[in-house]
Design a protein around this ligand. Sequence first.
Ligand code: RB5
Length: 138
Amino acid sequence: MNILIGSDHAGFTLKNKIKEYLTHHSYSIIDVGCFNQNSCDYPIIVDELCTKLKVYDVGILICGTGIGVSIKANRYKSIRCALCHNVETAELGRKHNNANILALGSRIVNDEEAFKIVDVFLNTEFEGGRHTNRINLL
Ligand code: RB5
């Protein structure tokens, strides 16, 4: 499993902190940009990540609110992007929606909350069962 991560300028600082946090916990990370704090357009970063995401990969996308990146990511048929503002939504996004991308808002969650959300997202399994059919209907 690869973890792909991307952000716009608003999410750049949080992206770097999450990269450092995950690297410290022995995950290998692929950063698709952006690579500095210059203003940029988040749909382009989302395209970079979504076109690289393979079946067993997980993505993390960050913008100011998480809304823009999640809207764009969910335009891809193979993507189930969950915008999570707390650990509960991260847990249910995995258990019920088999989300393969986590969207975070750097202006919404603080660093500690973001780390907890990422941990839960990466360590929660899809429940399957009744949720499988619903996902197939998306
Ligand atoms: C950038 O200022 C901001 O609009 C963007 O990061 C994001 O929040 C959009 O949804």
